[in-house]
Design a binder for this molecule. Structure first.
Ligand code: HEC
Length: 89
């Protein structure tokens, strides 16, 4: 009987461990999205994405504020995309 209890407990803990590990992996995946990936996934939903060379850094700052609202981006996502648009200018 004791052996059965420890097997059941062991199986339960293993299951819980797997669930915790996989949920952490999913959260990390979102946080790890590169600025280029965020830009590709978000900025072509409504229009063709203008190349970063189309605007200068000051213009990109204004556009980012505008498109952050349009695209419903978080602060982090918007900051990452802006960083990419400015760096490849
Ligand atoms: C929900 C739809 C939507 C998404 C997502 C979106 N845009 Fe836009 N974008 C628009 C619309 C609509 C306009 C036309 C200007 C306006 O009325 O806002 C526009 C205009 C622009 C312009 C022209 C300049 C301006 O401000 O009017 C640029 C550049 C631009 N978007 C870049 C981006 C970038 C970069 C992203 C990704 C962060 C993005 N857009 C995501 C809807 C969107």
């Amino acid at each position: 009987m004791k052996k059965l209890i420890s097997i059941v407990t062991g199986a339960f803990l293993f299951g819980a461990f797997i669930i915790i590990i996989s949920s952490c992996a999913a959260t990390k995946e979102i946080a790890d999205k590169s600025s280029t990936q965020l830009w590709g996934e978000n900025c072509m939903r409504c229009h063709n994405t203008p190349p970063s060379s189309a605007y200068n850094n000051t213009q990109w700052e204004t556009i980012s504020m505008h498109m952050k609202l349009r695209a419903n981006l978080t602060d982090l996502e918007s900051a990452k995309i802006l960083e990419f648009l400015k760096s490849s200018n």
